[in-house]
Structures are given as structure tokens and as C-alpha cells.
Design a protein around this ligand. Sequence first.
Ligand SMILES: Nc1ncnc2c1ncn2[C@@H]1O[C@H](COP(=O)(O)OP(=O)(O)OP(=O)(O)O)[C@@H](O)[C@H]1O
Length: 634
Amino acid sequence: MNPSSSSSSNRRKSTVSNKTDATRARIERMEVEREERRKEMTQKKQSRKAESAKLLAAGNPGDVDFIGMVEEWRAEQASKQIKSNKKSSTNSNIVVAVRKRPMSEKERKKLDHDSVSCYHPKVWIHSAKFKVDGITKYLTHTGFQLDHAFGEESTTDQIYLATTMPLVDHVIHTKGRATVFCYGQTGSGKTHTMSGIQQILAHDLYEELKDHGANTEIKLAFFELYGGFIQDLLHDRKRCKLLEDGKGEVNITGLQEVSAPTADSFLQVIENGHSQRTTRTTEANDTSSRSHAICQVFLRDSDSGKLKGKLTLVDLAGSERGSDTKSHNSQRRSESAEINTSLLSLKECIRALGQKNAHVPYRGSKLTLILKDCFSPDSKTTMIAMVSPGASATDHSLNTLRYADRIKEQRITSSTKKTERGGSKVNVCVEPSQQRLTRIAAALDWVRNTQTYSEQITNPLNCVSSEQGIHLNQTQTHSTERLFERDQIETVDYKAHDGILEEEIEQEVQEVEEVETPKCANLKKSPPSREEEAEMRKTVQVLFELEESLLDQHITNIKDNAEMLRQEDALLQKIEQVSEPTDDEMDNYAIQLADFLDRKEALIMSLQTKLDDYKIYSAREQQLAEEMNRLEAF
Ligand SMILES: Nc1ncnc2c1ncn2[C@@H]1O[C@H](COP(=O)(O)OP(=O)(O)OP(=O)(O)O)[C@@H](O)[C@H]1O
């Protein structure tokens, strides 16, 4: 062998052996690192398991990571004093509040977790999400600022003080009209809250009338609107008829008022009514109310019977999203569609009430037609939006809060607005006496001892409320005293877009000058025809369905796109790993890519079609509303 070639072969051997050593060392290092990672993972797994067991023992089950993220967020909020720069505009004729109920036994069993935080007057929904990789978890926090936000620790007397007591004063002192609505997903606590309010009202109203309501008697009507029919809950569910006379007065013929001379008789009448309500099981609540329950409290002159004020308490039927009704039979589906149409129409009427001189489209549904007099310019309205706390309900909770937020936006403050009757001020802001506060707190004790009607009937969700004596969360208090400091509280208005929070200074709300109705002596009053009304109702119904279907399609698109992105990524990685792909491999790649593009195109087309349909009906609804407005103006 040639000596030079032998030395080069030795060099090669030594290089190879050096390389092998280096590779071996690298492999060993990798093994050590892998082992360390494994240990770390095992430790993490064990600590997650321990944390999960701890949460379970504390009655707070659910996904440890998401719960941890929510807690972290809450801790941050607690340390961050949100500075405020604008007063809460509660001197409007519309007040919007939210109440979060406690977690239920059913939700705990499903290992759901609490994903709603209330920091008066804001409420936050923490939506649990996964990144495109399908593994990485994250939260989006969507915030809404309403007039009041009540956490699960809040008691019904606090809610009564903030939402109903001002309306009682309005009704007594100005002989006005006022309405309280409870709105929300089925099972979110509407009936629970409404029956609590009714019980406290019984104790408060009669005492107030002793001082301020000489010669006044109280009469009650309690009925439900179910499947388009009005049924008198105080008279064996007798069917009543809704009639509108030539002057536009709406009457419910056959509905009988019942006298309630004392607080006890008031409570008895209400209890009788509750026991007659139509309930049916929904996916969200075992004893769901599928009807709107309307309780009218009339203050009448004892001698003449003339109306001296009216308070209406409306426990709305539970709202359901289109996707909730998939397993329903056709009757249940049309029931849900009817409920949703009336809720949509109600929102539009309250919004119109908040905007001076706007057309109130009360003909949009039977519910709003019945409540026509609640939308008179001198009336006051409170909407209490109820939310379930569970992460599985976040979509519904977001919907409920968007509904509430839409009612709140654009409203005008009305401290100087004149009433139709005698020019008295709409806003009667009477600071409650200590005696009254004590009385209301005592009424809560009474509620605690007797339990609310919904619980007397059944409590399938087994929520534990602070009314039952258990304090739940110190950080989310909404104390009674704070309710009366609200004018001194400065706030920040937040608007959230998919979890990105934007701080916005609310636009100055200007008092709109009174606009005189045009005097057209030659034009005869011609209310909208039945056909126009029917078309309006149908349009509103279709619009609602399109709204739902558009949202559902958008969610589907996002989910499908995310899944496709994951698959596309895998496809790309696969082809890139091959240094020189064969023709077959390239063809296969191209076929799959074309398939992705087709699927994407189909998704975009579906969304675009839904969006176009929605735009057409939305424009038609606007046009019809304007036409009806014009007809009614003359
Ligand atoms: N704040 C609360 N504290 C304790 N329990 C509550 C509270 N809110 C609601 N619950 C309980 O949750 C369950 C569902 O509440 P409720 O029947 O009031 O819901 P809902 O919104 O009226 O439902 P639906 O629209 O389906 O009739 C009931 O068992 C009720 O007792």
C-alpha cells in the first residue's frame, strides 16, 4: 500500500471515529435531556392531578389549566385598580343590570368551571379556547359595562334596591308606568330572581303606600304568553284575546284583575299564578319556562278605580340559540322561534324607548303589543340580564350580554324629560330611608326562610346562593351601600372585540330637543294595515333566524378553517420532509391542496350567502319600520 494513501485512510478513520464520538456524545446528551424532560412532564402531570383533586375537594372541578388562567386574571384585576373617567349614566329611563347565578350541582358534575367575573358595574366572560395546534389553551376575556353587575354572592334585596325600588317610587310618586324584565338563557335564574323580587316588593310596596299612597288599592293580573296564546294564570289558565281598537288602545279581553288588599294576599296571588305556569324540560334546564310570565300590579284609586300607576314584572321565556333546538320536535322548534322573535322585537322596542322620538316597533310581536303601554315615553324600564356561570354556557352568556348591551347603547339620559301626565319629572330619585332599607333587608330574611317559588317547586340545579346563608366570593362584592354611591363612582367604558379590550370614553349623551309632531290637519290617521303588520312580523322572524344562522355559520367557518389549517400544515410538512418527491407524491399533494381550496371556497360561499340574505332582510325591516313610523305619525 502506498504510504500516502495509508495515512489518508488513517486520517479518514480518525475523522470518522471523531465524528462518531461527537455523535455519540450528542446522542447521550439528548438522552439526558429527554430524561429530564420526561421527569419534568411527570412532575407537571402529578401536580396537575393534585391541583385537580384539590379543586374537586373545594367543590370547584373543571379544567385545571383554564381555572388557573381565570384565577390568574382575577388576581391581576384585584391588584389593578381600574381608574375611571366617566360617570355611570343611570339617570336614564332604562337601566340594565346583570346577575350571575352560583355554579349548580349539575354543572359541577359535568366538571364545568366558573368562567364569569363580576366587578360592579362590569362583567367579564372568560371563553376557553384552543390554538390552531389543538393543544395550546388560552382564554379570551370579553368585558361589558352595564349599570349594575351582581355576582353570585349578591342577594335579591341588593338587586331589588338597585333595579326595582326606583321603579316603585316612580309608579307611586308620578303615577307612572314601569317595567322590570328578567332575560337570559334557560336555567340562568330568571324565575328565581323575579320571584325573589316579587316577594320583597310585597313587603316594600304596601309600607310605602301607607305613607305616600292614600286612597290607593292594589289589583293584580298575572298571565302568560305561551305559543301565541294569552292564558290567565289567576283564573285556571283561561284563554284571553288581544284586541287593539281604532285608537290604538290594546286590550286583553277576558283578563281579570284580582284585589290584593294586603302584602300577604299579594304573595298568595303571586304564588297561585306561579303554580300555573307552563314549564317544559329544555337541554339547559329541567323545569324550563317556555312562556313569558307577565305580572301587572295596578295602583288604582279606591273610589273611582282610576289608574294611579302600574308596575309590570316580566319573567321572559328562556332564550335558546339555534344550535340548542336541533334535537327539538317541530312544535318545540316553532315555540323557540316564536320566543326568539318576541325577544328580538322586545329589544328593538326598548332601544327605541331609549332614543327619544324613535318609532317603537311594538307590532313586531304579540309580547310587545301586549306591553305597548310600557313603552310610553314617561315609562321606566329595568332589564336584568341573567347569566349562568359555567364555561359551557359562555356562548349563551355572551349573547345575553350583547343583547343587554345593545339595549343600553344609544339611550339618552332623561333627567329633565317631561311626562305626558302633568309635566312631572320622570326621574324620581328618592334616597331610601334607613327604615326602608331595614325593611327590605328583613324581607330578604323572609325569602331565605321560605325559599323562592322556583325552589319550592324544585331546584334541579341545586345552586347554593348567598340567600341561603353562604358567602361565596369576597372579591366580587356589590354592597348595598355602593348602590347609593353610584353617582360618585367614576367608570371606564370598555368595548371588547373577541377578547381584545378597548378603552373608550363614552360619547357625551346629549339631551335631544323636543321635536314637534308635524301638523298635517288634512291627513287622516291611518295605522299600518294588518298585511303590513303581518309582513313586519314575518320579516322580524326571518331576520332573527338569519341572524342565528349567520352566527352559527361564522363559528363553523372558524372551526373548519382551524382544522383545515392544521391538516394543511401536516400535508406541507410531509412533502417538505421528502428531499426529492416523486411524481406520485407531488400529484397526491396537489390533489389534497386542491381539495382544501375547494372546501375553503365552499365555506366562504356559504358565509357570503348568509351575509347577503341577512343584509337584504335587515334593509327590508328598516324600510318597513320607517313606513310604519310614517303611517303612525300622521
Ligand atoms: N341566584 C341563585 N341562587 C341560587 N339558586 C339559583 C339562583 N338563580 C337560579 N337558581 C336556581 O337555578 C335553577 C334555574 O333557575 P330558574 O328556574 O330561575 O331559571 P330560568 O332562567 O327561569 O329558566 P327557564 O327560562 O328555563 O325557566 C333553579 O333551580 C333555581 O333555584
